[in-house]
Design a protein around this ligand. Structure first.
Ligand code: NAD
Length: 504
């Protein structure tokens, strides 16, 4: 059995942990490898390497650090095909989608290539008599990232791209369900010129996460995953005195106004609801047609589009989406479908019991559509994270604004309309962090910033963009005066030495 081990210092390390977790091939349902689950001693080994490497890396000038990022970008591009196949083989998403996963992460690396500019501080000349004030951004030291299974390339790069460019050493604890791509990225960073110990990967589950959260020398933790765990990570990390940003789950709504271009909506919705088998935190699993006429027309157009969806193995170039990540996740999605039925929603298309010929044990779930879902239903309130689209009919624009605004999650939302005023009002008033206007998956570009509201994020800084730079650096502000020996009366005023200094 192939074993996926930690990447500590400059290479593969077996570690001290004795527990293992299975890595499946979601297309066939078989176990293809095992990942080592790490323990405190493994983290300690990685920490010793990180702490040894970080001061030298921080002292490397930003332009040289940026050159490592440029090299890394080129290496990832050269290895794109291999990375996409590796990613699909453990996650189950189709190859083209895996390329997108890598590409969206690379865009953050491109952003990080601009780190010399991004780290420039502020300067005030003559803030007082002979006094100048300036600020500088300095790295925190050793920082860590804990990432989910659904974007095993993009989300690690969101974090380590910015953190490492800022001069930190980074310890990555990827999802134990698809850990191979993160290890490969660490190998490529080494090849790109990052010194040993600057990017390391430790595997594990709760035991390793707790070790990271409690380690006194880890100064910041960036987390992405489900909300209950995000909240737990946030609380425990903050209690230990760290900076923590913890992104959680989602239930994004797509509002369809009566004047929307329904053909475009159906096309966008199919991809946003069912792409990657719905395993995206920016998927659109809830559609809200405004008015009865819109609901009827939308449903009529949606049905054939859903029936035309091709579910296939991840290497099938024609497939719209592949299997979900594990048998346990498939069972969870199917139990939510049953819950929807029990709660009285109308099951229009049932994806349960879907099998693919020749891949009967693969973790496939067919596309599923519910109509007449209501906000009181638990299957609406909770995140399903599968290829399940729920239609909630709204009577008015006000109802449509209220639904996502009152939902426990507030990651993304989209409105489809031709009415600029309605779109503008919606964007201003909706209580959600990322908004799309005729854009179904409004994941902000790398030089903007990613983050939801409410239970979709704990902490106060977003991922990447300047927010990422702020999260991974601390500001030092220097107030300086160079005494002139008394020639110009700038030597200080003995009579006022005991009064809080003012610049007046
Ligand atoms: P998850 O919460 O199960 O796992 C995330 C990480 O937490 C993994 O590294 C895992 O090993 C670790 N973990 C799991 N159980 C733990 C425990 N009890 N204590 C401590 N750590 C634990 O999430 P997942 O299933 O891998 O990913 C899907 C979830 O991530 C969805 O809820 C999705 O919405 C969310 N997500 C959010 C964003 C965002 O930016 N808001 C992006 C992607 C995914």
């Amino acid at each position: 059995m192939r074993e996926i081990t930690h990447f500590i210092g400059g290479g593969a390390t077996a570690g001290a942990g004795t527990r293992r977790s299975d890595i499946f091939d979601p297309n066939s349902g078989t176990v293809q490898a095992q990942v080592t689950l790490g323990v405190q001693a493994d983290l300690d080994t990685a920490m010793a390497k990180a702490m040894a490497a970080q001061p030298g890396w921080a002292a490397t000038n930003p332009q040289r650090r940026a050159r490592v990022m440029f090299n890394f970008k080129a290496l990832v591009e050269q290895n794109m095909d291999e990375l996409a196949h590796l990613l699909s083989s453990e996650h189950g998403k189709v190859i083209a989608d895996s390329r997108g996963d890598v590409q969206r992460g690379l865009e953050v690396i491109e952003f990080a290539c601009g780190i010399p500019h991004l780290l420039k501080g502020e300067y005030t000349q003559g803030a007082g008599p002979g006094i100048d004030v300036y600020s500088m951004r300095q790295p925190l030291g050793v920082v860590a990232g804990i990432t989910p299974f659904n974007f095993p390339a993009m989300i690690p790069m969101w974090m380590f791209g910015v953190a490492i460019a800022c001069g930190n050493a980074f310890i990555l604890k990827p999802s134990e369900r698809d850990p191979s791509v993160p290890v490969r990225l660490a190998e490529l960073m080494l090849e790109a010129g990052a010194p040993e110990g600057v990017l390391q990967v430790v595997h594990g589950d709760k035991e390793m996460v707790d070790a990271i959260l409690d380690h006194p020398e880890i100064k910041a933790v960036s987390f992405v995953g489900s909300s209950d765990i995000a909240h737990y990570v946030y609380r425990r990390g903050v209690e230990a005195g760290k900076r923590v940003q913890a992104m959680g789950g989602a239930k994004n709504h797509g509002i369809v106004m009566p004047d929307a271009d329904l053909d475009q909506v159906v096309n966008d919705l199919s991809g946003a609801a069912f792409g990657s088998a719905g395993e995206r935190c920016m998927a659109l699993p809830v559609v809200v047609p405004v008015g009865e006429k819109t609901a009827i027309a939308l449903r009529e157009k949606l049905l054939p589009a859903i029936e035309a969806l091709r579910v296939g193995v991840s290497t099938d170039a024609e497939a719209h989406y592949g299997p979900v990540v594990t048998a346990a996740h498939k069972a969870k999605i199917e139990s939510y479908i049953q819950m929807g039925v029990d709660e009285g929603a109308e099951l229009v298309v049932d994806g349960r019991g879907f099998t693919l010929q020749g891949h009967e044990d693969g973790f496939f779930v067919g596309p599923t559509l519910f109509d007449r879902v209501t906000p009181q239903m638990r299957s609406y309130q909770e995140e399903i994270f599968g290829p399940v689209l729920q239609m909630v009919r709204a009577d008015s624009f006000e109802d449509a604004v209220r639904l996502p605004s009152e939902h426990q999650y507030g990651n993304g939302v989209a409105i489809f309309t031709r009415n600029g005023h309605a779109a503008r009002e919606f964007a201003a008033r909706v209580n959600v962090g990322m908004v799309g206007i005729n854009v179904p998956i409004p994941v902000p570009v790398a030089y903007h910033t990613f983050g939801g509201w409410k239970r979709s994020a704990f902490g106060d800084t977003n991922q990447h963009g300047m927010e990422g730079v702020k999260f991974f650096t601390k500001v030092k502000t220097v107030t300086q005066r160079w005494p002139d020996g008394g020639a110009n009366g700038l030597g200080g005023d003995a009579a006022n030495a005991f009064v809080i200094p003012t610049m007046g």
